[in-house]
Design a protein around this ligand. Structure first.
Ligand code: PLP
Length: 359
């Protein structure tokens, strides 16, 4: 039986990438070493790292005046690193609150400065994104932070907000690489790798050069973007094996036609699921139509008492990790780049069968 893994993260990786990792595991390209055993300053690994960065730059069209950093600490460390590095003498920053991850970013930022919440969708259980025209921005804000895709609520913001001279900061953990985005519109982009990039343990930061180098007093060395930028992410030991695996994912994406091609496939996959959810009363999508995420699709059963039976049948069919987050309830299907369209078809077939037998 083919297994399809709908986990929100750590999430499914492309099978071809896993097979390549397996084939190269104990002896990378005749070096006699596993990538895990290599010096991060050796010729072999320096090549792996440089190629990963070049491929990511090509995929995302990252302009030359942006640094790409390969860090550790997860997206959660960025909740602190962003204010420590980007407040730059200003007293406060703007934050949009669209869900659980926004809330965590806001809570952490408050340790370093004032936070102005420009708008919040908490009034309707984070099921939509407030319109840009309604955001109450502070003209003196050091930056504006938002979460283009809330992984838990399944709320995605498709248009990039135009914040003018205020640097735009985005937590792209669950949407990076899912579709083309104009990097030049952002001051800083960050993402934990374990959703749509590669294994956990790697965090990618893409930051405009002129924004770094002015940290809050007392900022630890490891939390200073400039230190990592000046040392090409080798100030200390980077997450070498995760970087190598991410590099293979970048090559896999390039071979599939890049991010425009991925967007087409991702839209097709999401439409299969949302069209079915809309066509039945047995299931419900809680998210406003214009904000339905291409990557994380939460849905509920009309009768929550059937949740356990639903998950049992899913498991029997090889459809794993569909249980929703406790704050939303119901189910959540995460359909990142590495989820093939066949996996989504198998899920919709199973949902239809379940409805027939329980509806
Ligand atoms: C998963 C996730 C995080 C947390 O990432 P860690 O790497 O576990 O710290 C933060 N923001 C978003 C949007 C996420 O999906």
């Amino acid at each position: 039986m083919t297994i399809y893994n709908f986990s929100a993260g750590p999430a499914v990786l492309p099978r071809d990438v896993l097979l390549q990792v397996q084939a190269e595991l104990v002896d990378w390209h005749g070096s006699g070493m596993s990538v895990m055993e290599m010096s991060h300053r050796g010729r072999e690994f320096m090549g792996i790292a440089a190629e990963a960065e070049a491929d990511l730059r090509e995929l995302m069209g990252i302009p030359a005046n942006y640094k790409v950093l390969f860090l550790q600490g997860g997206a959660s460390s960025q909740f602190a690193m962003v204010p420590m590095n980007l407040l730059r003498g200003k007293a406060s920053a703007d934050y949009l609150n669209t869900g659980e991850w926004s809330k965590k970013a806001i809570k952490e930022a408050k340790k370093f400065g004032a936070v102005n919440v420009v708008a919040s969708s908490e009034d309707r259980n984070f099921s939509y994104a407030p319109a840009f025209s309604a955001w109450q921005r502070d003209p003196d804000a050091a930056y504006l932070h938002y979460t283009p895709n809330e992984t838990i609520g399944g709320v995605e913001i498709f248009d990039i907000p135009d914040t003018g001279a205020t640097p735009l900061v985005a937590d792209m953990s669950s949407t990076i690489l899912s579709r083309p985005m104009d990097v030049s519109k952002f001051g800083l982009i960050y993402a934990g790798a374990q959703k749509n990039i590669g294994p956990a343990g790697l965090t990618i930061v893409i930051v405009r050069e002129d924004l770094i180098g002015e940290t809050l007093p007392g900022t630890p060395t490891m939390f200073d973007y400039k230190i990592h930028a000046d040392n090409e992410s080798m100030y200390n030991t980077p997450p070498t094996f995760a970087m190598y695996t991410a590099g293979l994912v970048f090559k896999w994406l390039k071979a599939r036609g890049g991010l425009a091609a991925m967007e087409k496939i991702n839209r097709e996959k999401a439409a299969l699921l949302y069209d079915y959810l809309d066509a039945t009363d047995f299931y419900n999508s809680p998210v406003a139509r214009e904000n339905r995420s291409l990557m994380n699709v939460p849905f509920t059963l009309k009768d929550a008492a059937l949740d356990e039976a639903f998950l049992k049948l899913a498991k029997e069919r090889g459809l794993l990790q569909l249980k929703g987050h406790r704050s939303v309830g119901g189910m959540r299907a995460s359909i990142y780049n590495a989820m093939p369209v066949e996996g989504v078809r198998a899920l919709v077939d199973m949902m239809r069968d379940f409805e027939k037998s329980h509806g």
